[in-house]
Design a protein around this ligand. Structure first.
Ligand code: ADP
Ligand code: MG
Length: 971
């Protein structure tokens, strides 16, 4: 593990102490505290006076000093040191709220308010970016805190009590602390954030905790020159110490005294170490008194450039604390460190050094020989002249010592320096050797124990976690148990009540069974009665039937008699009527009598007699009238024959007249025809006349001149006349034919009219038929509808009936079963009672009666309850649809909400993705920028380690194992 290493003394370097005063804070101003510090005017700014006492430091920062100024003047130089292979330490000391954290950390990410740590980190990387190309860097960081002298890893919460070990060069380091390889400032800040959040998680009161714990941020920078394999390494401790005040002042309420002591233990150890270092005479430096001092061992009097920042409050209220803080700084200022570069040498260099040392040894050997010879001369009593004396003042050869820094670090009671001459006298060299070995062994044991403690405490932590889990489990199990118990009790109660109910129901059933038996008995009795009655009824019915048949016979007989009498009467009356008719008597008489044939016969009879006597007299009258009428008839007959003769004559006359009419009409027709002919003639004459007149006029004009022409004209006239005649004939014939045609057409028209009439009549009839049929059809369909309805109703009724039958059958079945059960039960009871009958006789029946009455009451109540339940049920049924509706609405609402929620979630997811993307992009951009800024320069390698996920693509992955092997000292 350990690499050969040599320490070259570069310089003796005293610790740098700077002092920073913060402004008065609000509460101090409110409390009226005064500003008690004076900063003397002058260019140096390295002294202050307080209460007349003057303190000198390397630098003093006034309250208005900016973070930038503090960094530049107090810390900046460390960066180059660390990159040149030196160790460095910056720690802030001061009371709580004096500005330590403000100075060390400030507000990370705020360009003005960020403190030393972020500025250093940025600076380191910027330096690296600007360095040679052939340099490769490995940067790793650790972050831990020390509380109550326990080292807690802030990057791995399971490591709660880490131990401090020494490497082969006896440089202490925190063993097992998590180391993170980083390749950019951002990664460092991420680590810091992670550590801080872990700290917050583990702690309940952060303010109190941070004021009592030290937080240590370690940056380890290793570099290798790829050309000559030269390796350098520098460690930089950045420490924010706990508040330096007395614990009582901050009011560590509730803390036990022991704890209070423990809290300040490491700080007081720091004070002691500084005092011991300041007091140059002290040989033992108590680094081992606390973890803090062990970690800072190299920084205090060892191989490191150390800067202490003393933070103070300027308020009068804090005067004493401020003073003690300033005293601490003053003391620390006197400490001298011996600083050298941590360099790994190559084989060639080792060779050279070996040669050098060999030479040196030879030289020294010669010198020793010379001295020895001189000594022997002195001892022999010779006096050696000063010229011959060997010179003791020698150059760098002798004073240069590899041991020097080691000697400063040496501790323990052993006088390990040449100054311890007194002790040398009392202890022999061998003893001293032994003791030293012993001490070494013991220290080793101590370290081992420490490691063991660490492991144990880790184990303890794990167990604690497990215990917490188990406790949680137990608590949940207990809760479950209690819940189950409650459920059990409720279930028990329910079963109790159910049992009672069952009992009651059983009782009710018993009662019902008894009732049922009674009723069935009654029913049987009634049935018997009913049977007897039906028998009786049957006999009565038969008797009634026989009497009825008798009655029928009698009735038949009487109707027969009545018929016969009626017949006789009608016969008689008929006779009478015939008589009346024969006599020609009154028709109304007959009519009056006939309807009353079956009426009151005897009365009618008398009335008939009366009529008969009347009729006799009438008949006599009739006979007389007949005689008169006969004579009148003879007269009439005579007259009739006369009239007949007259009628014959009239007929003859009529036929004559008719014949004459015929001849007349014929003659009329002839006349007509003649008239038409005449008219035609007249027309022809008129035309001739007109022609003649025209001819006369023509003649009159040319009579004298042209006689010859007259003859020709007459000739022409004759021809014309002939022509005219022919034309007239044709015309007349045409007219006659047309008339005949007209009359024919008229006849045809008449016929057609008749036909038309017939057709319209038929049509009307058919229309009427059609209407009737339609009407009938409508009626039929109405009837059909009614029938269908009736059928449906009948079907429904049938179904209902069936259901009813089923339920009734079921009820009967259950009743039957119940009865059976009851009968069995009764039998059992009877058996029992037979056994117990001897003991209680009368008391039993009384008890039974009471029981029965009780059961009856119960039954009544039960029926009431049942009715109530039925009503309730009906009410609930009414409610049901409403509730269902509401439920549906609710469901819909829920669905809507669900979809809305889903949408919102999706939106959130999208937003997150976008955000992530944006962040990644920005990161990448920053990285690119860094890369661009670096240009061709030094590289930062980031080896893959277990537990480290991200590997920057920018950085070349170099041999991480080698790196760890070389630089992480492990014992
Ligand atoms: P400590 O870490 O010593 O307990 P803090 O650094 O937390 O003290 O400082 C306490 C308060 O004082 C913080 O609010 C801090 O911002 C403020 N403070 C400290 N130093 C300064 C300063 N130099 N200028 C302005 N404010 C300061
Ligand atoms: Mg603080």
């Amino acid at each position: 593990m350990d690499t050969p290493r040599e320490r070259e003394i570069a310089a003796e370097d005293s610790i740098k102490v700077v002092c920073r005063f913060r402004p008065l804070n609000d509460s101090e101003e409110r409390a009226g505290s005064k500003f008690i510090v004076k900063f003397p005017a002058g260019g140096d700014e390295n002294c202050i006076s307080i209460g007349g006492k003057v303190y000198l430091f390397d630098k003093v920062f006034k309250p208005n000093a900016t973070q930038d100024k503090v960094y530049n003047e107090a810390a900046k130089s460390i960066v180059t040191d660390v990159l040149a292979g030196y160790n460095g330490t910056i720690f802030a000391y001061g009371q709580t709220s004096s500005g330590k954290t403000h100075t060390m950390e400030g507000v990370i990410g705020d360009a003005n308010k960020q403190g030393i740590i972020p500025r250093i980190v940025n600076d380191i990387f910027n330096h690296i970016y600007g360095m040679e190309e052939n340099l490769e860097f490995h940067i790793k960081v650790s972050y831990f805190e020390i509380y109550m002298d326990k080292i807690r890893d802030l990057l791995d919460v399971s490591k709660v009590n880490l131990s401090v070990h020494e490497d082969k060069n006896r440089v202490p380091f925190v063993k097992g602390a998590t180391e993170r390889f980083v390749s950019s400032p951002e990664e460092v800040f991420e680590v810091i954030e992670e550590g801080k959040s872990n700290r917050h998680i583990a702690v309940t009161n952060m303010n109190e905790h941070s004021s009592r714990s030290h937080s240590v941020f370690l940056i380890n920078v290793k570099q290798e020159n790829l050309e000559n394999q030269k390796k350098l390494s520098g460690k930089l401790y950045l420490v924010d110490l706990a508040g330096s005040e007395k614990v009582s002042k901050t009011g560590a309420e509730g803390t036990v005294l022991d704890e209070a002591k423990n809290i300040n233990k490491s700080l007081s150890a720091l004070g002691n170490v500084i005092s011991a270092l300041a007091d140059g005479n002290k040989t033992h430096i108590p680094y081992r008194d606390s973890k803090l001092t062990r970690i800072l061992q190299e920084s205090l009097g060892g191989n490191a450039r150390t800067t202490i920042i003393i933070c103070c409050s300027p308020a009068s209220f804090n005067e004493s604390e401020t003073k003690s803080t300033l005293d601490f700084g003053k003391r620390a200022k006197t400490i001298k460190n011996v600083v050298c570069v941590n360099e790994e040498l190559t084989a060639e260099e080792w060779k050279r050094r070996y040669e050098r040392e060999k030479e040196k040894a030879a030289r020294l050997k010669g010198k020793v020989e010379k001295l020895e010879s001189e000594l022997s001369r002195w001892r022999q009593g010779e006096t050696v002249k000063p010229e011959e004396q060997v010179s003791l003042v020698e150059g760098p050869d002798i004073t240069t010592s590899v041991i020097v820094p080691v000697e400063v670090k040496e501790e323990g009671p052993m006088p390990a320096i040449p100054g311890g001459g007194l002790m040398a006298g009392s202890l022999s060299n061998e003893e001293r050797q032994k003791l030293e070995e012993e001490r070494e062994r013991l220290y080793q044991q101590l370290d081992e124990k420490d490691e063991e403690i660490n492991q144990q405490s880790q184990y303890l932590e794990k167990l604690k976690e497990q215990m917490d889990e188990q406790e949680d489990l137990i608590a949940s199990a207990r809760r479950d148990y209690e819940q189950l118990q409650q459920e059990m009790s409720t279930i028990n109660q329910e079963t109790e009540s159910a049992k009672e109910e069952v009992k009651e129901v059983l009782q009710a059933l018993e009662e019902l069974a008894v009732n049922y038996d009674q009723k069935s008995q009654e029913v049987e009795i009634k049935n018997k009665e009913h049977e007897a009655l039906t028998e009786e009824l049957l006999t009565k019915q038969t008797a009634l039937n026989s009497t009825m048949s008798e009655l029928q016979q009698l009735r038949d007989m009487s109707t027969h008699q009545r018929k016969r009498t009626a017949e006789m009467l009608t016969n008689l009356l008929k006779d009478l009527g015939e008589i009346g008719v024969a006599i020609g008597g009154d028709e109304s008489l007959k009519c009056q009598i006939t309807p009353d044939i079956n009426g009151k016969l005897e009365e009618e009879f008398t009335v008939a007699r009366l009529y008969i006597s009347k009729m006799k007299s009438e008949v006599k009258n009739m006979v007389q009238r007949c005689q008169g009428l006969e004579t009148f008839q003879a007269d009439c007959n005579k007259k009739m024959s006369e009239y007949e003769k007259e009628l014959g004559e009239c007929r003859l006359l009529i036929s004559q007249h008719e014949a004459r009419m015929q001849t007349l009409s014929e003659s009329m027709k002839e006349a007509e025809a003649r008239k038409r002919a005449l008219e035609e003639n007249v027309d022809a004459m008129r035309e001739e006349c007109a022609k003649l007149k025209a001819a006369e006029q023509v003649q009159a004009v040319s009579n004298k001149e042209k006689a010859e022409e007259k003859e020709a004209a007459t000739k022409m006239r004759v021809a014309l006349e002939e022509q005219m005649d022919q034309l007239r004939d044709a015309h007349q014939r045409q007219v006659a034919a047309l008339r005949d045609e007209i009359s024919e057409k008229q006849e045809v028209i008449n016929e057609l009219k008749d036909l038309n009439q017939k057709f319209t009549l038929a049509h009307q009839q058919m229309q009427a038929d059609y209407e009737r049929l339609k009407h009938e059809e409508a009626e039929k369909s109405v009837k059909l509808q009614e029938l269908i309805l009736m059928n449906d109703r009948r079907e429904q009724a049938r179904k209902d009936l069936k259901g009813l039958e089923d339920t009734v059958a079921k009820e009967l079945q259950t009743l039957h079963n119940l009865r059976k059960l009851f009968v069995q039960d009764l039998q059992v009871r009877i058996k029992k009672s037979v056994n117990a009958e001897d003991n209680e006789d009368d008391g039993g029946s009384l008890a039974q009666k009471q029981k029965i009455s009780f059961l009856e009451n119960n039954l009544d109540q039960l029926t009431k309850v049942h009715k109530q339940l039925v009503r309730d049920n009906a009410d609930l049924r009414c409610e049901l649809p409403k509730l269902e509706k509401r439920l549906r609405a609710c469901m819909e609402r829920v669905k809507a909400l669900e979809t809305a929620l889903r949408d919102a979630k999706e939106g959130a997811m999208r937003d997150r993705k976008r955000y992530q993307f944006e962040v990644d992009r920005i990161k990448e951009a920053v990285r690119q920028k860094n890369l661009a800024r670096r240009g061709p320069s030094a590289q930062i390698a980031k080896p893959i380690r277990a537990g480290q996920h991200h590997v920057s693509g920018v950085n070349a992955i170099r041999t991480g194992n080698r790196d760890m092997d070389c630089h992480v000292p492990r014992s």
